[in-house]
Design a protein. Structure first.
Length: 319
């Protein structure tokens, strides 16, 4: 009873100081811990990790992981997200400057370029990541045959979730630069609520996969909500663009997967084989992205070439 009172006081303090969005996020954390994480921790205490051939193995019978695979997938996907995030540092300030000067045409033009670069770079990173996680796990667990360590679904879902995190960055930054926090607050509340509902519904049957699906549903909603709001109320443009971008990214991923099935896939007996295969995957992804950009992003490429030309001219004059 005393513990429940402490939790309620904490919720009240978060609601008062930070608002409803952080409150729902905290609530989701408590629910996830109560339904899944606490059981997982108890099992890890009962069956602690052990080292086998320089590999960390977890003695579990659910899909959390048998060889720290879920942790590895998260680290890979989150690391790729951080790489993408470094490319967008400082853009929010530039958006704010354009909005303050009411340079609407310049804002729309620059936003199209940023949108194209973010979607294209995110597609490259996470298509490669999704294609290479399973082969890496095969190399990492080479010689261990007590259980199956193949968890492709979780790795792909993690990459998909981090992809959505990346592609919503331009819309998020634009909304923040415009100061439209209150206008998008309800979306943040519903995102947390949707995440909790779907995760709680699926976690019992599907374990961590269910939580990941809940996160995907929430991220997809929030990405669409941010993009629709930014397009309608800040950019004054049609909000079908983000749906087209996401649809094109899906097509790119499907084409890459089909091409990879046609080419020779080596037996992953060493890290050298994996590195060579990673180079093949990267080349295929780059070719697909170049062709799709030439077909669907002609205007963005023209703007990018023009801005690059102006930049180099200014730099040459400065020198």
């Amino acid at each position: 009873m005393e513990r429940a009172q402490r939790i309620l006081k904490k919720f009240s303090k978060i609601l008062k100081e930070q608002g409803a969005g952080p409150l729902f996020t905290t609530f989701k954390g408590y629910v996830t811990y109560a339904l899944y994480d606490r059981w997982k921790v108890r099992r890890l205490r009962k069956f602690p990790p052990r080292m086998v051939k320089n590999r960390i193995l977890f003695e579990t019978n659910d899909d959390f992981t048998d060889n720290c695979r879920a942790l590895f997938d998260y680290m890979v996907a989150n690391g790729l997200y951080k790489v993408e995030q470094t490319f967008t540092d400082g853009i929010e300030a530039a958006f704010g400057n354009m909005l303050a000067k009411k340079e609407n045409r310049v804002l729309q033009e620059n936003f199209r370029v940023v949108e194209y670069l973010v979607f294209t770079s995110a597609a490259f990173l996470f298509i490669c990541g999704a294609a290479l996680i399973v082969p890496f796990a095969e190399v990492y667990t080479l010689g261990i045959s007590d259980v199956s360590y193949n968890r492709p679904l979780f790795g792909m879902l993690m990459c998909l979730n981090q992809f959505l995190f990346c592609v919503r960055l331009p819309y998020h930054m634009l909304v923040d630069a415009a100061g439209h926090f209150k206008q998008t607050r309800n979306g943040a509340i519903f995102e947390a609520f949707l995440n909790v509902i779907v995760s709680v519904t699926l976690v019992i049957k599907f374990g961590l996969i269910g939580v990941t699906i809940g996160t995907f549903c929430a991220l997809l909603f929030r990405t669409l909500q941010y993009s629709i709001y930014a397009s309608k109320n800040i950019l004054q443009r049609k909000y079908r663009f983000v749906a087209e971008h996401i649809a094109l990214s899906i097509v790119q991923a499907v084409i890459v997967s089909l091409v990879l099935k046609l080419i020779y896939v080596p037996i992953f007996s060493s890290y050298i084989n994996w590195i060579l295969y990673a180079i093949e995957v990267a080349i295929v992804v780059v070719i697909v992205l170049i062709i799709s950009s030439a077909i669907f992003y002609k205007q963005e490429l023209r703007i990018l070439r023009r801005k690059a030309k102006v930049f180099w001219e200014r730099r040459s004059k400065a020198n």
